[in-house]
Design a protein around this ligand. Structure first.
Ligand code: ADP
Ligand code: F6P
Length: 318
């Protein structure tokens, strides 16, 4: 029977992590567990940054983005010796199980800790929506809303000046934020890693578009091209005055949306329920609006839904 549960956030922060923390802590205490937060991800284990918490620990944080217990990246956690040291420390503290909120890298760490005797449950915390074992990651909905609000504003000024606006969107090679934002704003062109971007074609498309429209919005996923150089090229070759907005980390902050909180709370509680049944080495997801869990190894092998029909719909409505 698991008595003491540790909880940490790892990798990039995301809005809604605090809601998941709140739910896990409250549920754990209801189920008679001792709940410990671990500050600064896996590094916090090695640095003994543990704190036993009460049920009200997260009460003032539900509406805040980021993570109250901080996050970190610790590349050395890929080394077995470092993980063994972490397990030794967790055992000294009497912590028999961990909830790890993070992305696929954090899941890999959680699986390896489970193999070393600490039962772990992963929760999908990342704005990128790049975890195939869930329809929505914690942070995706809020980030999408931030992006859409920004694009709506950029559109107004592009329209006023008869300009072409290029918007670079974060997402770490996962197209979802760019794709969904493209539909929600009816952007003129969406460029992601999934729709075979050919930037020569994009320039040609813009030349044609300029004959029909006085302004345009082009969305480009990060890490595909040097968007500064591409913006200069578009200006030069199309004759359309063009401006670039790189949204960057503004996408990661902000009050979690209502849907984000609902999903994060559901997943946070469920993680504790799983540990209460002695189930670990798994990650939690929401699929077809149902809570579910997968073995972490299986989850990491699942193929991501590319939402190809979204591109078809976009072609029809842009
Ligand atoms: P995310 O969890 O958002 O994908 P990262 O890929 O940066 O973010 O991973 C977060 C942390 O998880 C890393 O800094 C490291 O501590 C741990 N981690 C990542 N990959 C592994 C791995 N293969 N084995 C063990 N731990 C890992
Ligand atoms: O994984 C979340 C994410 O925001 C990605 O979208 C982005 O590529 C990366 O993290 C940025 O990382 P950092 O905060 O280290 O700049």
């Amino acid at each position: 029977m698991i008595k003491k549960i540790g909880i940490l956030t790892s990798g990039g922060d995301s809005p809604g992590m605090n809601a998941a923390l709140l739910a896990a802590i409250k549920t754990g205490i209801k189920l008679n567990k001792e709940m410990y937060v671990i500050y600064e991800g896996y590094r916090g284990i090695l640095e003994h940054k543990f704190e036993k918490v009460t049920t009200s620990f997260m009460d003032d944080y539900l509406t805040r983005g980021g993570t109250r217990i901080k996050t970190a990246r610790l590349p050395e956690f890929k080394e077995e010796d470092v993980r063994k040291k972490a397990v030794e420390i967790l055992k000294e503290e009497g912590i028999d199980a961990l909830i790890v909120i993070g992305g696929d890298g954090s899941y890999r760490g959680a699986k390896k800790l489970t193999d070393l005797g600490i039962l772990c449950v992963g929760l999908p915390g990342t704005i990128d929506n790049d975890i195939a074992s869930t329809d929505y990651t914690i942070g995706f909905d809020t980030s999408l809303n931030t992006i859409v609000e920004a694009i709506d504003k950029i559109k107004e000024t592009m329209q006023s000046h008869n300009r072409c606006g290029i918007v670079e969107i974060m997402g770490n090679r996962c197209p979802d934020l760019t794709l969904y934002a493209g539909i929600a704003t009816t952007a003129d062109i969406i460029i992601t890693g999934d729709n075979n971007p050919n930037f020569d074609d994009v320039v040609e498309q813009l030349k044609e578009l300029k004959k029909k429209k006085d302004y345009a919005i082009v969305l480009i996923s990060e890490k595909l091209i040097d968007t500064i150089a591409f913006t200069e090229r578009v200006s030069k070759e199309t004759g359309w005055e063009t401006r670039l907005s790189i949204l960057g980390h503004i996408q990661r902050g902000g009050t979690p949306s209502a849907m984000e909180r609902v999903n994060a709370i559901r997943m946070g509680s469920y993680a504790v329920e799983l540990l209460d049944k002695n189930i670990g080495g798994v990650c939690v997801g929401i699929v077809n609006n149902e809570l579910t869990h997968y073995d972490i190894d299986i989850a990491l092998e699942l193929e991501r839904n590319k939402h190809l029909e979204f591109y078809r719909i976009h072609d029809l409505i842009k």
